[in-house]
Every structure is written in structure tokens, then in C-alpha cells.
Design a protein around this ligand. Sequence first.
Ligand code: COA
Length: 173
Amino acid sequence: MRRYAEEIIGSGISKKWSKIDKVNITTVDEASLTDVLKIYSQNFPNRSEKKLIRYSQIFPNIFYVIQYNGKSVGYCSYYIQPTLSLRKIKRSAVIFSVAVDRDFSRKGFGEALLRESIKELKVNRIESIWLFVNAENNAAIGLYKKIGFESTDIIENMYGEGKNGCKMRLLLN
Ligand SMILES: CC(C)(COP(=O)(O)OP(=O)(O)OC[C@H]1O[C@@H](n2cnc3c(N)ncnc32)[C@H](O)[C@@H]1OP(=O)(O)O)[C@@H](O)C(=O)NCCC(=O)NCCS
């Protein structure tokens, strides 16, 4: 119930969204979603795509896709997590999923996606960004640390027996 209310408020915030100019980065649409789902299943073969599709529908303005030569080669999908503090709503964003097509990895697409989307989140008064990542995922952790994220918690067995999760945060002000 609480998650549902947060989703409605978060989705409302993301509808009144100010966009900034971004090079080769668009937001998801029907055509790019097909490519995004291929990248998702290539990188997360055992996970359902249901939630990603849902976020493309309720948070389309914060579902970023990066293009190269007319092809979608990576995406970063966020949702907004509103929290009530001192009688005002604080705006945090959570990275739901980020991935780059393996044929285009290590060419700076992941970094560009994050840097550009974060600039836009800042313009829209998002105060912090959170994410969870498998503690063994060195590529993703390397990327997040390069951007400035710091680890705040280790969640034991989050991804299965002996597979810990790492909670990370980036403060934007
Ligand atoms: C994580 C991911 C999105 C990075 O995208 P990318 O476009 O390949 O990364 P970039 O080229 O932008 O690299 C930026 C930085 O990330 C880090 N990085 C990226 N790939 C790395 C690797 N294989 N090993 C270690 N660090 C890596 C480095 O710090 C790199 O900076 P550098 O090139 O100056 O060393 C990509 O590897 C991916 O799609 N992984 C599978 C999906 C996934 O795990 N998503 C995260 C779930 S939480």
C-alpha cells in the first residue's frame, strides 16, 4: 500500500519534468523499448522484464536510452522515491536498472548515461540517488564509484546464498 502511494506521488513528480539538452540520449519510446528489452535480457537472463516495462510506462521521463549510429546501445531506468521529512516531501531517485549492449561495453556509454541523466535529476530538485548492486559486480561498482556514489550498507544474501548486495548513494546538493 505504501509502495503504491509512493509510486503515484513519484510518478506525478516525474510527469512535471524539466528536460535538459543531452547528446545522443533520449527517453524511452515504443521503438527503443524493443532494443532495451534485448539489452536487459542479454545482461539479466533470469529476471522478469515486467517491472522494467512498467517503469517505462509510469516513469517514461526518467527512463533514459543512449543511441549510437541510430541504434539504442544502453539504458538507465530510474524511479522516484518520495519521503516525508519535516512536513515536506524529499525527492530521491533510485536506479532501477542500467545496462549497456555487450558489443558496446567499455566505450563510455554507461558513464555518459549516468552523468547526463544525473544532471537532469539535479535540475529537477532530486536530492539523492540510491541503488543496489551485487557486491561482486566490479564493472558496475567501478562505474558508480567513478561517478561519485559511495557505499552505505552491505545487505547479506540479497542476491542468493552468499551473494551480498551493496547499497550505494550519491548526494546531489
Ligand atoms: C556496468 C555497465 C553499465 C558499464 O557500462 P559501460 O558502458 O561498459 O562502462 P563505461 O565504458 O562507461 O565505463 C565507465 C567506468 O566504469 C567502470 N567499468 C566499466 N566496465 C568495467 C569493467 N569491466 N571492469 C571494471 N570497471 C569497469 C570503469 O571505472 C570505467 O571507467 P574507465 O573506463 O575510466 O576505467 C556495463 O558493464 C553493463 O551493462 N553491465 C551489465 C549490467 C549491470 O551489471 N548493470 C548494473 C546493475 S546494478
